[in-house]
Design a protein around this ligand. Structure first.
Ligand code: F6P
Length: 469
């Protein structure tokens, strides 16, 4: 598989040259000159509509980006990912999260564990024994289930989360709880993460008697005293693990049928990713347009704007997914890359964000590519979402207005349109970003599935702790 530098690809040089011709092109003119632009630069597939007509890109840009993907060996890499071959070369592992939602095509241990997750969730939801579930985990062992419970929980069971080593976090999760009626799910792939172990110990000190665990370190979880230990596997990365038993707290919040609907939505995207040609493949387009914005239009950050209060935690989830995966400075061959990799991802729920940082989006000195998500939940919400994308793209050049009231426009964005915040749609959305991250890793020649950058701080903190400073 291709592990040369992307800058050695013919398409990279062609894109650099092509970018020059975009310096003077304004999105307002593109739309004025081509009334079919919105239609041409949209793809409806896998249960959503992806409208990238407000990106500063044209047919030639897409063709060159598709060539780049081809020259980087994307088809071979994609097939290796989806077959569960080793794509995480620093840890010699597959990254086979797609197997977790493959239904009838899933390996037996996956189906068996999913069956256990659903049975336990059903028991816990229908039983009277536990009034509260508290998920103790951090990073990928927290952000996914937390997002799902917050966005899609139906209130049958109270599900809370504690991730921070700051005791205030656990204290908050335990407010009003009783040890007898509280079940803790300790989620840690390694079962060594300081924050999670500290919170699990603090829960015991509080009087907790009921623990389940999700871990690939089954022995350690048993020794800790978990009554049920559900497995995780080496071939699933933490930030890609929400579909596994890591999602148990989410399954408790959603119910087993809706948890399955989440997996089915993701599976639909997996098939689309596997089969659609690059120029009609939504996650491939997301990735390639991201590369275009980052490497050729020099955008250093990107903003995600779900127009949904239920999805207010989406930016935090995507931050880990993108920045822990692609925040890398050496390539697969160990060479320092000479080009930008993951941009800083940030965001918030719309419309709240409009009254906070959109000022910078519209009139700041840097263009921040935006992903807008409209779920058709409410007329006002959708109108605002589309209005913001239009204002960024077209701006206003009314000469009667003073400079401080001018909007330059020409700021790129994509608009994702889903029907409702449903489990299937949230599954689709997360799977889209997972594949986007992978494709960008392929283009940038980096391993998206390790995270060595987090280790030094952990070691230093232990050293500082042991010295008692
Ligand atoms: O420190 C980073 C990290 O390793 C993440 O990659 C991971 O999701 C998180 O910590 C939690 O790890 P674990 O599930 O092993 O406790």
């Amino acid at each position: 598989m291709n592990t040369t530098s992307p800058t050695e690809c013919k398409a990279w040089a062609q894109l650099a040259h092509h970018a020059e011709s975009w310096r003077t092109v304004h999105l307002a003119d593109l739309f004025a000159n081509d009334p079919a632009r919105a239609q041409k630069f949209s793809v409806a597939a896998a249960g959503l509509r992806y409208d990238f007509s407000r990106q500063r890109a044209g047919a030639m840009t897409l063709r060159l980006l598709a060539h780049l993907a081809e020259q980087r060996g994307l088809p071979e890499w994609r097939s290796a990912l989806l077959k569960g071959e080793v794509v995480n070369d620093t840890e010699h592992r597959p990254a086979w999260h797609t197997a977790l939602r493959a239904g009838a095509f899933a390996p037996p241990e996956v189906s068996e564990t999913l069956g256990r997750v659903k049975r336990l969730a059903e028991e816990l939801r229908s039983g009277k024994r536990f009034k509260r579930i508290v998920n103790l985990g951090t990073g990928g062992s927290d952000l996914g289930p937390r997002l799902l419970a917050d966005a899609l929980g139906d209130g049958t069971l109270e599900v809370r989360f504690a991730a921070n080593v700051d005791p205030a976090d656990l204290a908050r999760a335990l407010e009003g709880a009783e040890p007898d009626s509280t079940l803790f799910i300790v989620v840690s792939k390694t079962f060594t993460t300081q924050e999670t172990m500290a919170n699990a110990a603090a829960a015991k000190a509080w009087g907790a008697r009921h623990f389940y665990a999700v871990s690939s370190n089954v022995e350690a979880a048993r020794r800790f005293g978990a009554a049920e230990v559900l497995p995780m596997w080496d071939w699933v990365g933490g930030r890609f693990s929400v579909w596994s038993a890591v999602g148990l707290a989410a399954a408790c919040a959603l119910g087993p049928e809706r948890f399955q609907a989440l997996l089915d939505g993701a599976f639909e995207v997996d098939r689309h990713f596997a089969e659609a040609p690059a120029e009609r493949n939504i996650p491939v387009l997301m990735a390639l347009l991201g590369v275009w914005n980052t490497n050729f239009l020099q955008c250093a950050t990107q903003v995600v704007l779900p127009y949904s209060n239920a999805l207010r935690l989406l930016p935090a989830y995507l931050q880990q997914l993108e920045m822990e995966s692609n925040g890398k400075r050496v390539d697969r061959a160990g060479r320092e890359v000479g080009y930008a990799t993951a941009p800083v991802l940030w965001g918030s729920e719309g419309t709240v964000s409009q009254h906070s940082f959109h000022q910078l989006l519209h009139q700041g000195t840097q263009a921040v590519p935006a992903d807008f998500f409209d779920f058709g939940l409410d007329e006002k919400l959708s109108a605002n979402c589309i209005a913001q994308a239009d204002a960024l793209a077209f701006g206003t050049s009314d000469p009667a207005l003073p400079p401080h009231r001018q909007y330059p426009g020409n700021r790129p964005s994509s608009l994702f349109r889903f029907e409702g915040v449903t489990p299937a749609n949230v599954g689709r959305l997360i799977a889209l970003y997972e594949h986007k991250v992978f494709v960008q890793g392929v283009i940038w020649n980096i391993n998206s599935f390790d995270q060595w950058g987090v280790e030094l701080g952990k070691q230093l903190a232990s050293r500082i702790l042991s010295k008692g400073q």
